[in-house]
Ligand binder design. Structure first.
Ligand code: MG
Length: 251
């Protein structure tokens, strides 16, 4: 069955996870391929984004790539469409749970940060907390302290997932996979007509919702084991390799 939509993670796939300048030569080739697919000038299926990044970051990248389908932001908490400039919160996100997350954020910034000087709070998110650190060895201890405080906040359950350099704190039931299921349902696209790419544990839920899943060589082992194709190349070079796969093309 021909793939009608490709859902791709951003960090560790299209762009480096490190806070560094992008590989422009490969990135510009990638932009060309994705734009041609969006305009139906090639056999490649169109692409949209499925990421932990906040909506404003995703919006900018959607404009660069000419993404015409809704994109998934904040690991499934927000669905954003460019044509009407509209962000929609996942139904699991209630005002009470958002207030709980705000209390958790305040605790992290005032009580946890002083003990971990390399830890950075990622601004711009509505319903997810992401912490960045170039020395992720601190994550297990940070995770323990975040979980201990979250347990004291009424009606706040959280799911904590590390990627390479980020610690993501999500509300339960909010996943990339859940948002993909809703998006595909709205579009009338079946699981077998969807493909996905990712590199870290948070992308396992992408794998579950698509018929074909691929990852670059820098992906974590647990994801490589369940992928249909693992590129021998890392990051954006791996993505260019994956876009050449026949499974992602019509006819
Ligand atoms: Mg990633």
């Amino acid at each position: 069955m021909a793939v009608r939509l490709i859902l791709s993670d951003i960090d560790g796939c299209i762009t480096p996870e490190e806070s560094a300048a992008w590989d422009w030569e490969h990135f510009s080739r990638f932009v060309g391929l994705v734009r041609e697919a969006s305009a139906e000038r090639s056999t490649l299926a169109p692409m949209t984004l499925c990421t932990g990044r906040p909506q404003p970051y995703v919006e900018a990248l959607m404009k660069v790539l000419d993404v015409r389908f809704a994109s998934i932001c904040e690991s499934g908490a927000i669905l954003y469409s460019l044509h009407d400039n509209c962000s929609r919160l996942s139904p699991e996100i209630t005002p009470e749970r958002v207030r709980g997350l705000q209390a958790l954020r305040n605790h992290i910034v005032t009580e946890v940060f002083p003990d971990f000087p390399g830890l950075v709070y990622q601004f711009g998110k509505e319903a997810q907390i992401s912490l960045y650190c170039e020395q992720p060895a601190c994550f297990p201890e940070v995770e323990r302290r975040v979980a201990a405080f979250a347990a004291t906040v009424p009606n706040l359950d959280v799911v904590i997932t590390p990627s390479h350099l980020y610690l993501n704190i999500d509300l339960p039931g909010v996943t990339k996979g859940g948002a993909i299921r809703k998006l595909l349902g709205d579009l009338g696209i079946s699981r077998d007509e969807a493909a996905g790419m990712g590199d870290t544990l948070g992308d396992l839920s992408i794998r579950e919702e698509v018929g074909f899943f691929a990852c670059p060589s820098n992906a974590v082992e647990a994801l490589k084991r369940v992928a249909d194709y693992v590129s021998p190349y890392p990051n954006i070079e791996g993505m260019l390799d994956i876009l050449g796969r026949p499974e992602l093309h019509r006819g």
